[in-house]
Structures are given as structure tokens and as C-alpha cells.
Ligand binder design. Structure first.
Ligand SMILES: Nc1ncnc2c1ncn2[C@@H]1O[C@H](COP(=O)(O)OP(=O)(O)OP(=O)(O)O)[C@@H](O)[C@H]1O
Length: 607
């Protein structure tokens, strides 16, 4: 049962009836599951669990006890959990709080039998209940779907979870709307009640209300620290927190949006490590130092007050270097100011051997960029790439490989890819290796997803990288699409000179590119395989590019959208003919075209 009001089969899979196989058993044996026996969110989750390769007979999930007890989430949730736990004291029910990564932070359970069972299935503080590790379950599935999930015994993917039922509701940051955690009730399958859904949703709403109240208190503490902060000639003051930035008039004039982000990201490091020299967006250098501001009542952190001193500009005629020529990197394309600026920054950092954390969404080209900069700046040296996402398989061997590459005397470039996917089990060891190699002469680069504003802090290994750069997503640098297209086409066209029509280029430039350059490359490969004429036309592009749906589509919606686009293409954009071909009414066709924001031949022509 979820916010959408769908009611499951009350926990009775078909397998509860003697002699019949349950829907889950059919699914696990790869047979079709009869419609209406399993609720769609559960079936979707089973499919994801199978993709993850979750073991149905064993629970093997990472354990990380190193969770911050003073987090904003714990501070806000504490009193709400206390109240609900007191109400439920005599019932066989367990109350659980997790973070946004499905890691269990707190568990309250009065019933000894249930407590023992939950320990046996690792539903205990420190363990992760992400779908990826344990398969379909209230916690992981609510996080995946972004809404309340209720999973009854036989709906669990794992055999080990068949005896319990659970309901979990996400807790969202009231300012950003992002999920920061989850409140869950777990009970024996036989004693589960539909009321569990109402209880977790109410608790989540109460915690969100308290988050808002605490945010107000934090902001007030930050404001006090900001107003009473020490100022002096040539010194500016700002106060930063995840969701708040305060600056006096002089600082507002000096700092642009990119500088706000820079200060926000660096404040914690500055507070720990003393003053540092930072470069602002406009090229000016400043000396920055920060001090933390304590959050009232909770002992947590309300933010940082940062003192900024503008360093004198060097006399232009004496020392200013001539404006750097645009750095061209063979094999890579881009012309937007954002692309040029990151290429320039990375080139400087590589030449200086500064340890760099390069952030960017998946497929933006982080690795390609680092490889190209290495080739150009560090000729003759080797480059090794270590994928942190692979560290879970044979952690010791993986760490040995990194240790060899980091060899303290080595001047080779070491790239740690997907740092954000480093398994918890390898965090401390990698951190130790990086610290030990801090003085090595070669360039060390970590590639990571953009900073997660919901996370309390960067993972420990990230703190070893003193310089940062960001490769923005392709949708924020649409000017790069046109120069990328011929380079990517040449890469895959097998020597022939295929180009895109103007209309196809316009469609490509307009697309949102959640998968960034990698997705653009995939789309062009698709077009190369589908085009018949001398040019790539708009109709040769993947159907997904001809629709601009506002929300992420489920697998089923994607299939439906692709069928509609294909029918429109097959019928020259004629909606009536396309509707007829699909056996749906014209009205439904119009509704779907509007819903999926399908446009063929430029905005509005088919939609
Ligand atoms: N500017 C560019 N010019 C040409 N090709 C590019 C450019 N940027 C990215 N690519 C290509 O896009 C694909 C994805 O790039 P890459 O693997 O470097 O991305 P990434 O950001 O490291 O991805 P992830 O974080 O998902 O591993 C590669 O084939 C790469 O060659």
C-alpha cells in the first residue's frame, strides 16, 4: 500500500495456497507472472533486484557503524521516534530510521523475539537495506521509488525476509525536497497492519516539520555569528551552510554563484585545516579561513563563518601572464566557456601536480578529459586508472593495486574513478594510502559525482584532494553539442563522412542529456545504425530524444513513449493514423503526446 492507495494482496501470495506456486517463485524461475497478482511497484522492484544479482537465500549487506549521531536527521527525528516508540511499546513492531542511502541509523524495538529475528536478518544499526544488497524491502524500495513503500512478507525478494512486513516513508529536506532519510515500521508478517503506512507517513511529516524548526534555529545561530563576526580593513565576511549563504555588501559584490559553491564546499576543510588561498571565478585570489558555528541544542553544525581577505593583484605589466591560449585537446571537442574553463584549470593543476578532485555527472567526460590533459601535460609518464566501484570485488587486491600505483616516489598519474561508489569497507584503507602518499611527486586525480547536498560531508578519501574542478553536465553547455557531434560521428562511422541534418542537430542541442556525452555518443551510434540516406535526419535519432517528458519515466512508460513516437514516425506525424495503428483512440493519442511532450520536426509540430 502506498500513497497512491494501491492495496496489495494482503500478504497472501498465490503460494500461500497449498499446491500452488507463488508469484515470487514464478518470477524467480523466469516464468511470466500473471497480471494483477503482483503490484507494479513490487514487480518493478523484483526486476531491479534481479538486475542487482541479489542472493535470495542469504543477506549479505555492508556494515558501517561510522554514522554521525549528531546529524540534522538524527536531531530532528529523535523526539518523534521517542514518542512513537512509547506508543508502540507493547506491540511486536520495530521502529527504524535510515539515512538516504538506506543505512540503518536507529532501531527501537521492545519485543525480544522480533529483535532477535531482526538481528538475524541484519536489519540493525549500521547495516544497509538498499535494494541493491537485500532486494525488495520497504526501506530500499521506498528510496528507489521516492515514495512510501509497503512490502508484505511474500513480496520480499529475499527468502530470509518472508516472515516480516514493513512500511517505510521517505523524509525530505523541507527546503530542497531531496530525500534525506526514511522512517520504517517492521512487524511480523502476521501482525502487520495497514495502519503502519499512516503511522510512518505521519512520523515522516513530523520529522520534516522539526527539520524546518531546527533549520530556523540553525539559521538564527548562523546569523548571530555572522553579525557579531570580526571584521577589519580589507576583510569580508560570509556565512555558509548547505542551504543558506549570507554575505555583507562588499562580499556580495565580490562573489559570484560559482564562488558561493566553492566556499560552501571548502568551508569544512578550511575550518579543519586553517587558512587557504582560493581562486575566485573572476580570477582574483583570496585568503580564506573559516570557523564552525554550533547548532543550538543538538550539538551539530549550523554552518561556517568564513573570513575572506582579497590578495593584492599583481601589477599587470610586471607579472601578469598573457591570457592563456585556448588549450586544445586532441580527440576531444567543446567550445563553451564552461568547457574551456575546466580544460584550462585541469591543465594548470596537472602541470603543478596538484591533487585534484574532478566532479561531474556520469558520462560528462571526466576520464576522457583527465587522460587527454595527462597526455598533453605529462608526456612520457604512465597513467593508471583504478575504478573504486570495483573495489568491493577482492578489496585487498584492489587496494594493493592502488598502493603500487601510489608508490611514494612515483611520478606517474594515478586516477581513482567513481570515488563516490567506493564501498564502505574500503574507505578507511584508501584514506590511509592517500595520506601516506601525500608527498609523492606525481599527479593524483579522483573522479566523483557532483557533491550530494544531502550528505553531511564528503567521504574521507575525498578530503585528501586539495584542489577541485567541476565538469558541468552537457545540458548546461549546449554549445558543446555541435562540435561534439562530428567528433563522435567520426569515431563510430567507420571511415565514412556522415553528417547530421540541421533539424537533427537542433533536436540534439535541445535534448536534456541526463547521460551526458556518453548518451550523445550512444544516440549517434543508434542513428548511424538506423539512417539510410546520406545524412542523419531527425527521424534517425532514438525516439527518446523526440519527447521531453518532465519526470523520469519508468521502464513501462519509456516503452509506451517509444511505441508512440515510432507510430508517429511511421505515419508521417499523422496522429489519427498513428492512433489507429496502435489501436488507441485519437483522444488517448493526444493525451499521450501531451503527457510525454513528444515533438517531431521541432517543438509543437507533432505534439
Ligand atoms: N569533450 C569530449 N569530446 C569527445 N568525446 C567525449 C568528450 N567528453 C566525453 N566524451 C566521450 O564520452 C564518453 C564518456 O566519457 P567518460 O567515460 O570520460 O565519462 P565520465 O564522466 O568519466 O563517466 P562516468 O563518471 O560515468 O564513468 C567517452 O566515450 C568519451 O570519449
Amino acid at each position: 500500500m502506498g500513497r497512491d492507495g494501491v492495496v496489495a494482496d494482503g500478504g497472501r501470495g498465490a503460494g500461500d495456497e497449498p499446491g500452488r506456486r507463488s508469484a515470487r517463485e514464478l518470477f524467480l524461475e523466469g516464468e511470466p507472472v500473471p497480471a494483477r497478482v503482483v503490484r507494479p511497484p513490487i514487480l518493478n522492484s523484483w526486476q531491479r533486484s534481479r538486475l542487482w544479482g541479489v542472493d535470495t537465500d542469504r543477506i549479505e549487506t555492508p556494515y558501517n557503524p561510522d554514522l554521525d549521531p549528531h546529524s540534522k536527521l538524527s536531531a530532528a527525528a529523535g523526539p518523534v521516534l521517542d514518542r512513537l516508540a512509547a506508543t508502540l511499546a507493547d506491540s511486536p513492531m520495530s521502529l527504524i530510521l535510515t539515512d538516504a542511502k538506506s543505512r540503518i541509523r536507529e532501531r527501537r524495538v521492545g519485543n525480544r523475539d522480533l529483535s532477535g529475528h531482526l538481528d538475524a536478518i541484519s536489519l540493525a544499526p549500521g547495516f544497509s537495506y538498499a535494494e541493491e544488497f537485500v532486494g525488495t524491502n520497504g526501506i530500499g524500495t521506498a528510496i528507489e521509488d521516492g515514495r512510501t513503500a509497503c512490502v508484505f512478507g511474500p513480496e520480499h525478494f529475499s527468502e530470509r525476509l518472508q516472515r516480516v512486513s514493513c512500511a517505510a516513508a521517505p523524509i525530505r529536506n523541507p527546503t530542497s525536497g531531496r530525500i534525506i532519510g526514511l522512517v520504517d515500521l517492521t512487524s511480523w508478517r502476521a501482525t502487520a497492519s495497514p495502519l503502519m503506512v499512516a503511522l510512518v507517513e505521519e512520523a515522516a511529516a513530523d520529522i520534516e516539520g522539526r527539520l524546518l524548526d531546527l533549520a530556523t534555529l540553525r539559521e538564527r545561530a548562523l546569523l548571530d555569528a555572522f553579525v557579531t563576526g570580526r571584521r577589519g580593513p580589507g576583510r569580508l565576511l560570509v556565512a555558509v551552510a548547505d542551504d543558506c549563504f549570507m554575505a555583507d555588501a562588499a562580499a556580495s559584490e565580490l562573489l559570484g554563484p560559482a564562488d558561493h559553491r566553492l566556499l560552501r564546499e571548502r568551508a569544512a576543510g578550511l575550518a579543519r585545516g586553517g587558512a587557504a588561498d582560493l581562486q575566485l571565478q573572476d580570477g582574483r585570489s583570496v585568503l580564506a579561513r573559516a570557523r564552525p558555528v554550533e547548532a543550538p541544542g543538538t550539538g551539530g553544525n549550523a554552518g561556517y563563518v568564513v573570513e575572506i581577505q582579497v590578495l593584492p593583484a599583481r601589477a599587470p605589466e610586471a607579472t601578469a601572464p598573457p591570457a592563456p591560449p585556448q588549450v586544445r585537446l586532441p580527440g576531444l571537442a567543446g567550445r563553451s566557456p564552461a568547457w574551456r574553463s575546466v580544460v584550462q584549470r585541469l591543465t594548470t593543476l596537472a602541470a603543478a601536480g596538484r591533487w585534484t578532485l574532478l566532479r561531474g555527472e556520469q558520462g560528462t567526460g571526466k576520464l576522457a578529459l583527465v587522460r587527454a590533459v595527462h597526455r598533453q601535460q605529462l608526456t612520457g609518464r604512465r597513467l593508471t586508472v583504478h575504478d573504486c566501484a570495483q573495489a568491493g570485488r577482492g578489496t585487498a587486491a584492489w587496494l594493493r593495486g592502488v598502493a603500487r600505483a601510489l608508490d611514494t616516489d612515483g611520478a606517474d598519474t594515478v586516477v581513482l574513478r567513481h570515488l563516490d561508489a567506493l564501498p564502505d569497507t574500503a574507505v578507511a584503507a584508501l584514506d590511509g594510502l592517500l595520506r601516506a602518499a601525500a608527498d609523492r611527486p606525481g599527479w593524483v586525480v579522483a573522479l566523483s559525482a557532483p557533491r550530494d547536498p544531502a550528505a553531511d560531508a564528503d567521504p574521507r578519501p575525498a578530503r585528501n584532494f586539495l584542489s577541485e574542478a567541476t565538469l558541468p553536465p552537457l545540458r548546461l553547455r549546449p554549445d558543446d553539442v555541435a562540435p561534439l557531434v562530428p567528433v563522435l560521428l567520426a569515431r563510430h562511422a567507420g571511415g565514412s563522412d556522415v553528417q547530421c541534418s540541421e533539424q537533427a542537430l537542433r533536436t540534439l542541442a535541445r535534448a536534456n542529456w541526463p547521460g551526458n556525452v556518453r548518451q550523445l555518443e550512444g544516440s549517434l551510434r543508434y542513428a548511424l545504425a538506423h539512417h539510410s540516406g546520406p545524412w542523419i535526419e531527425e527521424t534517425d535519432l532514438p525516439p527518446s530524444l523526440l519527447s521531453h517528458a518532465q519526470h523520469p519515466l519508468t521502464a513501462w512508460e519509456q516503452t509506451e513513449r517509444d511505441m508512440i513516437v515510432q507510430a508517429l514516425l511511421d505515419n508521417g506525424g499523422d496522429k489519427s493514423k498513428a492512433a489507429k495503428a496502435l489501436g488507441i483512440s485519437r483522444a488517448t493519442m493526444y493525451r499521450k503526446i501531451t503527457g510525454y511532450q513528444i515533438s517531431i520536426g521541432g517543438p509543437g509540430s507533432a505534439g
